[in-house]
Design a protein around this ligand. Structure first.
Ligand code: GLV
Length: 327
């Protein structure tokens, strides 16, 4: 019988991390090329020492019970761990690892890309070229015009690592001012001269509203009808964190009634969103399949960090990046 620890992975990760993991463990990777269901997850983790999951997998009491007493570590290939029952893990002395820092820059890049793509109407422009319909549309002089970042007010919800990285990048676009809303004032806000504001003030004064916060049961549906009503009609909304922050029916209404100008989403409910979803059909809504951290460098670095977290956890050592126990 193998003395090597057993790890179950809900998906593959890039080879720098997977090779490292396989050098010390027997790794079983969910082989079916689709998201594993919760039931399938519980069936596959029996007796494992470690679980390598992704942000989309729910790790709850049921999964932990199914894994049993060998389990020492759960590590997600993500910074967000909203679907992991951290308290239940800690109760069982199972450490929880994640991948902060290494992905902040790539997610911030994508947030800026979405802001520009949705304000400058790239989806419509590309469609006009693809469909051969651009000819003649220039006549008004305002063809595919949209709001400009120069001189604008940018509102960032959640001035953590990603929010700060977004502001640092947008500074180069000559934004006039940054507002931010968070659970408390953030000392690092001085680095980007961002002003702390209430949620309501941020919504009503910002030309661009970017959701960069983590999700928890307190902010589910934060962006609802009332929130969109407070935004400017010219506002562009960007979400690079979790779909659950947004009431998508209310967003659809805001985008189709001219309540807001456009939206760029890297996170939706569910993921991936169906091609038949009404939001997907809108010209003024750009939706991506949750690729915020997807640069080759970042994904490779995330894979190494995830592997190191698991290897440390299996040895009973402190993880490189662990989700801390509640005091
Ligand atoms: C992705 O959304 C992550 O949490 O890393």
């Amino acid at each position: 019988m193998s003395a090597r620890p057993r790890v179950f992975a809900t998906r593959n990760i890039p080879s720098p991390g997977m090779d490292l993991l396989k050098s010390e463990c027997d790794v079983t990777i969910w082989p079916h090329g689709r998201i594993i269901s919760h039931e399938e997850l519980t069936e596959n983790v029996a007796g494992v020492d470690g679980i390598l999951c992704h942000y989309i997998n729910t790790i709850d009491e049921q999964v932990l019970d199914a894994a049993g007493p060998n389990l020492k570590v759960v590590a997600t290939f993500a910074v967000g761990y909203d679907l992991i029952d951290v308290e239940a893990c800690h109760k069982r002395n199972v450490q929880v690892g994640h991948t902060p820092n290494v992905l902040s820059d790539s997610v911030a890049e994508l947030a800026v890309a979405l802001l520009l793509a949705s304000s400058r109407r790239l989806k419509e422009g590309m469609a006009d070229i693809t469909n051969g319909q651009a000819d003649g549309k220039w006549e008004s002089g305002l063809y595919l015009s949209g709001p400009e970042t120069k001189g604008s007010t940018v509102g960032i919800i959640g001035l953590g690592r990603i929010g700060l990285a977004v502001a640092k990048r947008l500074k180069g676009f000559d934004v006039a001012r940054f507002l931010y809303y968070d659970i408390a004032e953030v000392p690092l806000a001085v680095e980007v001269s961002a002003e702390f504001a209430s949620f309501e003030r941020l919504l009503s004064e910002s030309d661009f509203v970017l959701a960069c916060c983590s999700s928890n049961s307190d902010n589910y549906g934060l962006f609802d009808k009332e929130a969109f009503k407070k935004m400017k009609n010219s506002a562009v909304f960007v979400n690079v964190t979790r779909g659950i922050l947004v009431n998508q029916d209310d967003l659809y209404e805001a985008l189709t009634t001219g309540q807001i100008f456009a939206a760029g989403l890297d996170a939706t409910t569910p993921e991936p969103i169906s091609k038949n979803h009404p939001l997907v059909k809108l010209d003024n809504c750009i939706i991506l399949p949750h690729i915020g951290s997807s640069t080759t460098t970042t994904r490779n670095n995330m894979s190494i960090l995830t592997a190191k977290n698991i290897l440390a956890g299996l040895k009973g050592e402190a993880l490189i990046q662990c989700v801390k126990k509640k005091a």
